[in-house]
Design a binder for this molecule. Structure first.
Ligand code: GAL
Ligand code: MG
Length: 955
């Protein structure tokens, strides 16, 4: 015998997308119909299971007096009820589709509302949910109006017949887990709740229902063709183009096309008998032609990012200003494309993309990645039972977003294996909208897609693909290629993106890529600053893999974003100082250079001595010109000199002010003369001290103690760095993961054996062997100190012994200065950090900073903050000149403390500022998900010699 509880919860585990909702349609704002936002504070009750409570709460007159409150849009787990869970691809519940656990956090939500007094009495009313995770059942005034799944997709219900002028009760029961969860296994936090807007829309009689704007551009004739298909007949007007046609009719006139670079939109109106809907129309044509993705007849190069919706306090409940901030930050960093990984974003984001200009790959809310653990057995995308749910998702995306010119590609989803369901989605989409291309990375043979897409392919493979040597199906061989994900921006990095960009620009077939990803999904947290996976006691989690963005969680750009901006700059400039010319190339696909002003400046030892305007012709896309630089300002002999040329906005745009820098280059003229020092003094032994010029050493150990009045701890050889996420690599990476191997070898616990302290006539020489316990490998290290009476020169010679099979993390010296050494000035690369394969954006100049501001706050602490190509630096009363230039790092904690820290809050400043002066740094790469550092950026253990000249700064 079996019993049923009063509330049937079958719908939760049903593969059906739901029942009761209206057919999907375009998302638009009406200009003259009324609406009521139901966002705000809702009454809230959390239950541990889907059926713990019956549905009486939905009835009128229910007393919710003892309920909590949550704000909608929002996630209850970020508002003190339950906790978020982070997994990358593992389902945080047993894989038993379509069943979900009995422990199924269920949030009952109640909203009481009156209709505004001017709410029209005619027509109908639609209740719209823009996003609820993961499954909701809805009652209005006690009537069950339906249930739905598809978290990041809109659902609408006709509710006019149920509404009252006042005292309405909207009840929404939201289940964290449902059959839909199997389709939503994206790499992100699991965050249940009503996380997008809830709106009541008045629908006037004779109002607009759904409509489809078809606005193409013929690049041969320069004409645009407009046709608006509408469920309800009406007229379409575009005053600027003198268009006034009936819906369904075509108008062809000369237009300015829409592109991401020049996003020209025409304002128009769709008017039916009962309603006027504003239109923002962009004319553009997307096609696959000559094996390339073309817009308006031209191949485009995507300089993209993958964007998840994220806010450190609100999760995926983003307000309009945050969305706008994302778009502005993208535009200001030369980004021209966004893949909405891995679900359709809040629809307002796409309005912004239309307006400011970004190419969009709109991706469906579909991922079944966890099935990979069982060789994709029972994958929903290959099981007919689920196909209606997949088609529902495809339709909800396409219908909602079809009128956005920015959307040029539909993506079926992400990491869902392969199967008939995906093919059905592609067929449906093609039938509904033949005007865009289709993407899906998992379709390796491109059966259903219009482009070959991969993620994290290494440089060599991308090059093979560019050359057409990658084989593949016949269809694939004729298709263009994109890297839908690359440059994994986890922690310090990504490294090697300039090398990718060179490949993208060398092969037509490669149409660019999308960095993974836009923003770290760190959660603001009192305990940790920002929390990541595991910080909420999850039984399964993937740690800080959720923090892999170009922005920190609070939207501060990381060095990775600054690097990306430089790598993808739309103007290429290069020159030879001796020629006095700069070659300028327009790397836009559509725009000429007329929006930019060019400036030159001339630096002597890093200080700008003169600046001026540079006249550059308004080159068309792809065109280049040699532009003569002025005669260099007065002879600065004995100094290092260079040109800096910048391209800035000539006038303010919608996304940045006049003068905003778009591109730059530096052209060296005279090289830096190396620090010469004529040795004069010799070391003198006196008791327990040796003095040499301004310095004093410990006679027994040969350790430097002071330079003039400056106390110095150390200095000695240092090869360790707190491994970066990219050093550590992901556990599935097939190749060597140096972060782990270094630790195994013991590079973090090197011993310094003293072999000799030798007082020569002209030098103090200290001979050591630096090596880890247990192994035969070591670094024979000789410190040779000389002085000219006021300055002190250290030459370090390093000779590896034994069989070194690994690169070194770093090679240089570390020294400690007093904690008051809190400011740094330097001449070299800046203002931000740079490593061998991440220093495109490092600009040679004079910089200054506090020690605190040199730190890059990676959410999980790790090596950071090196300044590249430093000629000299001044800190704590000391000046250090490098021969050759060096990498400079200073921090208030040791590398060992940095290494041990798991959150920024673990780092406590000590009494010493630790300074690393490095001759070499290992490259960064992107092995946290992708290839490691390319060979040319590896720091091999090899004989090396480098010098520093120290002097005390007086005054
Ligand atoms: C990809 C996936 C992304 C993310 C990334 C690693 O495989 O599509 O969602 O998991 O790897 O951060
Ligand atoms: Mg995944």
């Amino acid at each position: 015998m079996s019993f049923r509880t009063t509330t049937s919860i079958d719908y939760v585990e049903n593969v059906s997308p739901g029942s009761g909702a209206l057919p999907p349609r375009a998302w638009y704002a009406s200009s003259d119909s009324t609406s009521l936002s139901l966002n705000g504070n809702w009454c809230f009750r959390l239950s541990a299971t889907a059926d713990a409570e019956d549905d009486s709460f939905a009835e009128e007159g229910y007393d919710a007096g003892d309920w909590a409150e949550v704000s909608v849009p929002g996630h209850w787990v970020l508002q003190g009820h339950g906790a978020p869970i982070y997994t990358n691809h593992l389902y945080p519940f047993p894989v038993d589709p379509p069943r979900v656990p009995t422990e199924n956090p269920t949030g009952d939500h109640l909203r009481f509302f009156d209709l505004p007094s001017d709410w029209p009495s005619d027509g109908g009313v639609v209740l719209r949910f823009d996003g609820v995770e993961s499954c909701a059942r809805v009652w209005l005034n006690g009537t069950d109006i339906g249930e739905f799944k598809g978290s990041r997709l809109p659902h609408e219900f006709a509710v006019g017949h149920l509404l009252k002028p006042s005292g309405n009760v909207l009840a929404v029961r939201v289940h964290q887990w449902s059959a839909g969860s199997y389709l939503e296994d994206q790499d992100q936090w699991w965050l249940p709740g009503i996380f997008r807007d809830v709106t009541l829309l008045h629908r006037p009689a004779g109002g607009v229902l759904d409509f489809f704007v078809h606005a193409s551009y013929d690049h041969v004739t320069g004409e645009g063709t407009l046709r608006v298909d509408s469920d309800v007949d009406g007229r379409v007007t575009l005053p600027a183009l003198d268009i006034d046609v009936a819906t369904g009719e075509t108008a062809t006139v000369a237009v300015r096309p829409w592109t991401a670079e020049v996003p020209h939109l025409y304002d128009g109106v769709l008017a039916t008998e009962g309603e006027r809907v504003p239109l923002r129309i962009g004319f553009r044509t997307v096609e696959l032609a000559d094996g390339l993705i073309k817009v308006n007849g031209k191949a485009v190069l995507f300089k993209g990012v993958n964007r998840h919706e994220w806010h450190p306090e609100k999760g995926r409940a983003l307000d309009l200003e945050t969305m706008r901030e994302d778009v502005l930050l993208m535009k200001r960093h030369n980004i021209n494309a966004v893949r909405t990984s891995h679900y359709p974003p809040h629809p307002a984001f796409l309005d912004l993309c239309d307006e400011y200009g970004l190419w969009v790959i709109d991706e469906c809310d579909l991922e079944t990645h966890g099935f990979t653990e069982q060789a994709w057995r029972d994958n929903p995308v290959d099981n007919e039972r689920w196909t209606p749910a997949l088609l529902d998702r495809a339709a909800r995306m396409v219908e909602r977003d079809k009128n956005h010119p920015s959307v040029v590609i539909w993506s079926l989803g992400n990491e869902a294996g392969t199967g008939r369901g995906l093919t059905a989605m592609a067929e449906w989409i093609r039938g509904r909208d033949g005007s865009r291309l289709i993407h899906y990375e998992g379709d390796i043979n491109c059966r259903d897609t219009d482009m070959y897409a991969r993620m994290y392919a290494d440089h060599a493979e991308v090059e093979r693909i560019g050359r057409g040597l990658d084989g593949g199906s016949l269809k694939r061989r004729h298709l263009p290629f994109i890297l839908c994900e690359y440059g994994h921006a986890m922690g310090n990095g990504p490294g090697g993106i300039a090398d990718y960009q060179r490949l993208f620009e060398s092969y037509d077939r490669i149409q660019g890529g999308f960095i993974w990803e836009w923003i770290d999904h760190g959660i603001k947290d009192e305990r940790y600053g920002f929390a990541y996976g595991g910080d909420f006691g999850e039984e399964l989690h993937d740690g800080n893999f959720v923090c892999d963005g170009l922005l920190f969680p609070d939207r501060t750009p990381s060095p990775g974003l600054v690097e990306y901006k430089k790598v993808i700059e739309p103007v290429r400039m290069a020159g030879e100082g001796a020629d006095g010319t700069v070659r300028v190339t327009n790397a836009y696909d559509f725009a000429d250079l007329s929006a930019l002003a060019f400036e030159w400046s001339y630096q002597v030892d890093g200080e700008t001595v003169e600046t001026g305007a540079l006249t550059v012709p308004a080159l068309g896309p792809g065109e280049s010109a040699e532009v003569k630089l002025p005669t260099p300002p007065a002879d600065a002999h004995g100094a290092e000199t260079q040109w800096t040329v910048r391209a800035v906005l000539a006038a303010g745009t919608a996304w940045a002010p006049q003068g905003h820098e778009v591109a730059w280059t530096q052209i060296p003229v005279d090289e830096r003369p190396l620090a010469r020092m004529v040795q004069s003094d010799g070391p003198v032994l006196g008791g327990r001290r040796i003095t040499l010029g301004p310095a004093s050493f410990d006679a027994r150990t040969g350790a430097l103690n002071t330079i003039g009045g400056v106390d110095v701890t150390g200095p000695r050889l240092d090869v360790w760095r707190a491994p970066t996420d990219n050093d550590n690599g992901a556990h599935w990476q097939p190749d060597e993961r140096y972060g782990l191997l270094w630790r195994k070898l013991g590079l973090h616990r090197m011993r310094h054996r003293l072999n000799a302290v030798e007082l020569g006539d002209d030098a103090l020489t200290v001979r050591t062997r630096v090596a880890p316990a247990a192994w035969e490998v070591g670094l024979r290290t000789v410190y040779r100190w000389t002085s000219d009476g006021t300055r002190l020169r250290l030459t370090v010679s390093v000779a590896p012994e034994g069989d070194w099979t690994l690169p070194l993390p770093r090679l240089g010296i570390r020294l400690g200065l007093s904690g008051s050494a809190d400011r740094v000035k330097w001449f070299g690369g800046g203002p931000g950090e740079g490593y061998p394969d991440t220093k495109s954006a490092s600009r040679v100049a004079r910089w200054d900073s506090t020690v605190d501001a040199l730190q890059t706050p990676y959410v999980r602490p790790q090596e950071n903050g090196a300044r590249a190509d430093v000629r000299w630096a001044e800190i704590g009363g000391l000046r250090v000149e490098g021969d050759p230039s060096f990498w400079f790092t200073a921090r208030r904690w040791t590398t060992e403390q940095l290494d041990a820290a798991e959150h920024l809050t673990d780092l406590a400043p000590g009494d010493t500022v630790w300074v690393n002066l490095d001759h070499g740094q290992q490259g960064i790469g992107s092995q946290s998900c992708g290839p490691g550092a390319l060979p040319q950026y590896q720091l091999r253990a090899a004989p090396a010699e480098f010098s520093f000249v120290f002097s005390e700064i007086h005054g």
